[in-house]
Structures are given as C-alpha cells and as structure tokens.
Design a protein around this ligand. Structure first.
Ligand SMILES: [Zn+2]
Length: 148
C-alpha cells in the first residue's frame, strides 16, 4: 500500500469515543474512562482504558502519561486479583482508532495454551464466560478503581 488507510476517529467530529456518554462506561474520572465490550467473550475480563480527551498515545501530556502508568498498574492489580485470572495482558495496537485505547485482557487461570500474543484470538474462539460472572468481574474492577 502506498497510503495508510484512515483510522476510525481520525476526524474528531466522527470519533465514537468522543461522542459516547459516560453512562456507557464502567468507570470514569476527569481525564479517563474505562469500558468493556458490550457482551461477554471467551476471557473473564476484557476492558479498555481511554483518555477522555481525543488523544493518541504519543499525544499524551506528561500528566496524562503519568496517570496512564498509575491506572495501568491499578487495573492490572485489580484484574489479576480475581480468582479466575492468572495473568493480564496490556495492549495498545493503534491501527484501528485514532483515540487511544489501551486494552486489558485477562488470561484465565490454568489455561496455559492461551499464553502469549495469540490470546486475542482465543478470546473469540472460546465460548463466552457466563453473563453473571462477567458482570460481577466488571463491577469488581470498577469498584476497585473507584476506591481511591
Ligand atoms: Zn476521540
């Protein structure tokens, strides 16, 4: 390809993240919001951290970058503390959206075949986790972040 394809939200007025109300997020503060995909998938937890402002990773101010580091550690700790979770993968791809999305993907305990970079594919292959368990995990993580 001679030219890179456009990313979703390259034009801020068309950015889905910028036009989504807080009510659809699991947690938010003045500068950050946390959401999940709309339905359970194969992994016990998949959550996405976004800045409230229309920024990509390289656009973050020093303050935003410092907060991202603190929130990344807090989220990893919260997700990994779930009994069903062995490890948490933290990813930012950047090909799909112009608005920063940092993904947290939980590897279920004992599922060693899911280790490594193919875990995102396993998320789509495995049967979805129970709706009740998925909802409880998300509520637990949101409560952990709200507990300053
Ligand atoms: Zn945006």
């Amino acid at each position: 390809m001679d030219a890179e394809p456009p990313r979703r939200g390259d034009r801020q007025e068309q950015c889905a993240a910028c036009h989504t109300p807080d009510s659809t997020y699991l947690w938010s503060n003045e500068r950050w919001r946390l959401k999940s995909p709309p339905a359970p998938s194969g992994l016990p937890v998949v959550v996405i951290l976004e800045p409230r402002a229309h920024l990509d990773l390289g656009d973050l101010s020093t303050m935003h970058a410092a907060e991202l580091g603190v929130l990344t550690v807090r989220l990893e700790r919260a997700i990994r503390s779930l009994e069903s979770v062995a490890q948490v993968h933290v990813n930012r791809w950047g090909d799909g959206t112009a608005h920063l999305q940092q993904w947290f993907l939980a590897r279920p305990h004992g599922y060693l075949q899911l280790r490594g970079p193919f875990m995102t594919m396993w998320d789509e292959i495995l049967p979805p986790v129970e709706e009740h368990e998925w909802q409880m995990n998300l509520e637990y993580i949101a409560a952990w972040l709200s507990d300053d």
